[in-house]
Design a protein around this ligand. Structure first.
Ligand SMILES: [Ca+2]
Length: 191
């Protein structure tokens, strides 16, 4: 018969290895309580604040990068194809590159606040990006596929706001079903 103590040691080692593997295969951007992004060569948990970052980009579900301005973004990700920038009127909407969906912290697509941009499909929990109840303008610069803004309500249906393909909205100008406007209400976004 095998040495029982050696057998127990093997089981303990296996139990130690399994959680380590689980952590290693988790999405690089997903962390309990927030999304982890790269910024100036470091990792920051966006749910705890953006620091000096003004712009965060979900390059993929596991690759979120932040910058202090658009010039840094273009230096890293390449210039944005802006051939159709005249298709949307207000000038700062075009800060959101074609084929992306962007949320701004302030109204009028203002560059004075933060901007968060996505392209990969899925439901984005904005709390994980420190953007829950903070979005004031939105642009969907994709040629097709709408985006849906969601305000999560307990014990009531969650109100939705559809952002059609190619559309942009200043959320303080859009009334909310239970009163007030959609300004600073969005909790999640599905794209
Ligand atoms: Ca909300």
């Amino acid at each position: 018969m095998r040495n029982p103590s050696r057998y127990i040691v093997a089981i303990c080692l296996a139990m130690m290895v399994v959680p380590a593997l689980g952590a290693g295969t988790a999405s690089a951007a997903a962390e309990p309580g927030g999304v982890v992004a790269s910024f100036k060569g470091k990792k920051i948990n966006l749910s705890r604040g953006w620091g000096d970052a003004k712009l965060c980009v979900e390059v993929s579900a596991s690759d979120v990068r932040c910058y202090t301005n658009d010039a840094e973004r273009e230096a890293d990700l390449g210039p944005s194809p802006e051939a159709d920038q005249d298709a949307v009127s207000a000038q700062a909407i075009t800060d959101c590159p074609v084929s992306w969906v962007c949320l701004w912290e302030h109204a009028n697509y203002s560059t004075t606040g933060r901007r968060l941009q996505f392209s990969s499909a899925g439901t984005k929990d904005l709390a994980a990006y420190d953007f829950r109840d903070k979005a004031s303008s939105v642009a969907n610069r994709r040629a097709q596929f709408g985006a849906t803004l969601i305000d999560v309500r307990s014990a009531q249906p969650d109100p939705n706001f559809l952002v059609c393909a190619g559309c942009a909205y200043n959320l303080p100008n859009h009334s909310y079903i239970y009163g007030g406007t959609w300004n600073d209400r969005v909790d999640k976004m599905t794209i």
